[in-house]
Design a protein around this ligand. Structure first.
Ligand code: NAP
Length: 246
């Protein structure tokens, strides 16, 4: 129980990577404030997490709206009394080629995937600085390091997340708050289930470990960065991609 009685906020906890991270932290004794776009989505994992013997509260928050994020952070503090870990995981894709990309496609992905993480880091950062401890783990993507045709908006947001991570790490280090970004490769979730089977087959061929990642592959890294073992790691972009970009 390396995180016994710690409190984590996990955005996008309803499914996929966020759900796997919330479960992994909970298995290690951490209470969870889970964020989804609606109350029913935020409560999706409630029963499974409570069955592990920790508290779970779901909050309906659109991460792209800073007022909603600020209000939620106050509510989490009121309910749990502390915030030790922030997992900035919520994200969307609106893939299309550059010349077809609408302002809406661009803005919504930047606003959710990049501004969303900024909203949470700013609000939770204040709490962590005061407590003189904390862990912020952002979920980026290998696409933020390498780019990807058809994902200019998503790649720009994920690259921005790396800059945000390194700056937050430098600013908050004197208060013993670490900030890192995990860059997953291809992970099997709702987000990737929609991709054409041909593309998945091609990807599988070029992944040296010959399998797609699972949510838990990412959750294990998030747990490490959130635990005492990760205390001396900050400002890093950690790639978890089965060797895709060796
Ligand atoms: N899957 C991959 O291969 C892969 C690879 C690299 C990086 N990633 C990153 O990993 C993260 C999770 O991806 P995933 O594959 O698990 O995605 P997913 O299965 O599509 O789940 C996305 C999660 O984000 C939440 N969300 C989306 N927009 C939100 C908003 N505006 N406000 C609050 N919550 C919001 C969703 O909540 P609702 O249920 O309420 O909609 C859901 O919980 C994303 O940042 C993604 O970019 C994924």
């Amino acid at each position: 129980m390396i995180l016994k009685d710690h409190v984590a906020i996990v955005t996008g906890a309803s499914r996929g990577i966020g759900k796997a991270v919330a479960l992994q932290l909970a298995k290690n004794g951490c209470h969870i404030a889970g964020i989804g776009r609606s109350q029913s989505s935020a409560d999706q994992v409630k029963a499974e997490i409570e069955a592990l013997g920790v508290r779970y509260l779901g909050f309906a928050v659109d991460v792209s709206k800073s007022e909603q994020v600020n209000t939620c952070v106050e509510a989490v503090l009121k309910e749990f009394g502390r915030i030790d870990i922030l997992i900035n995981n919520a994200g969307i894709t609106k893939d299309t080629l550059l010349i077809r990309m609408s302002d809406e496609d661009w803005n919504s992905v930047l606003q959710t995937n990049l501004s969303g993480a900024f909203h949470w880091a700013r609000a939770v950062g204040k709490v962590m600085m005061k407590a003189r401890q904390g862990r912020i783990v952002n979920i980026g993507s290998v696409v933020g390091l390498h780019g990807n045709a058809g994902q200019a908006n998503y790649a720009a947001a994920k690259a921005g997340l790396i800059g945000l991570t390194k700056s937050v790490a430098k600013e908050l280090a004197p208060r013993h708050v670490t900030c890192n970004v995990i860059c997953p490769g291809f992970i099997q979730t709702d987000m990737t289930d929609v991709l054409p089977e041909e593309l998945k087959a091609k990807l599988l061929e070029v992944i040296p470990l010959k399998r797609f990642g699972s949510g838990d592959d990412i959750a294990q890294m998030a747990l490490y960065l959130s635990s005492p073992a990760g205390a001396y790691i900050t400002g890093q972009a950690l790639v978890v991609d089965g060797g895709l970009f060796i």
